[in-house]
Design a protein around this ligand. Structure first.
Ligand SMILES: [Fe+2]
Ligand SMILES: [Fe+2]
Length: 177
């Protein structure tokens, strides 16, 4: 049985992951409306990953017979001043989530909850990748903000053909997956 403190904090994190999902859908729709299909599909994929993160946490709590509370989320930001703003927001979000995941690891360790500590390790690694991917994208978007086709070409080259994190065999199983 995971510690009560970890369960409470993980339930909160499910809300943060769903908020990230909603924010990425909002960003994807924004780029879709601007006819920037590669940026749109990158963020649609990111959104699905966030949804999976939430559902992996749900499955962990289900497996542990712990209480799961599916939360409501705050409305995402939907208006953006330029092509760079959504990616800046996304990077800030990934950095914030990294802190939240580290805090979860810290709680698990303090509580002597080694099973939960092990569970959260995958998310620590995942956050390193997500922050790196998003800071790379931010650099590209800042450099090419006057020529969005350059950004589209970069994404087609580096992130074309879907993929994402969906085929990682070490990933925890999402609920319903
Ligand atoms: Fe996430
Ligand atoms: Fe993320």
């Amino acid at each position: 049985m995971p510690s009560d403190a970890f369960v409470a904090q993980l339930n909160e994190q499910i809300g943060h992951e769903y908020a990230a999902h909603q924010q990425y859908v909002a960003i994807a729709v924004h780029y879709d409306a601007e006819t920037l299909p590669q940026l749109a599909s990158f963020f649609y994929r990111q959104a699905l990953e966030e949804r999976d993160h939430a559902m992996m946490m749900v499955q962990y709590l289900l497996d542990a017979d712990a209480e799961v509370v599916i939360p409501g989320v705050a409305a995402p930001q939907v208006g953006f001043s330029d092509v760079v703003a959504p990616v800046s927001l996304a990077l800030a979000q990934e950095r914030r989530v990294t802190e939240q995941i580290n805090a979860l690891a810290s709680t698990a360790r303090t509580e002597g909850d080694f099973t939960s500590e092990q569970f959260i390790q995958w998310f620590i690694k995942e956050q390193v990748e997500e922050v790196a991917t998003m800071s790379d994208l931010l650099r590209v978007v800042q450099r090419s903000q006057d020529d969005p086709m350059e950004i589209e070409n970069y994404l087609a080259r580096e992130h074309g053909g879907g993929g994402g994190g969906g085929d990682d065999p070490t990933a925890p199983r999402p609920a319903g997956g």
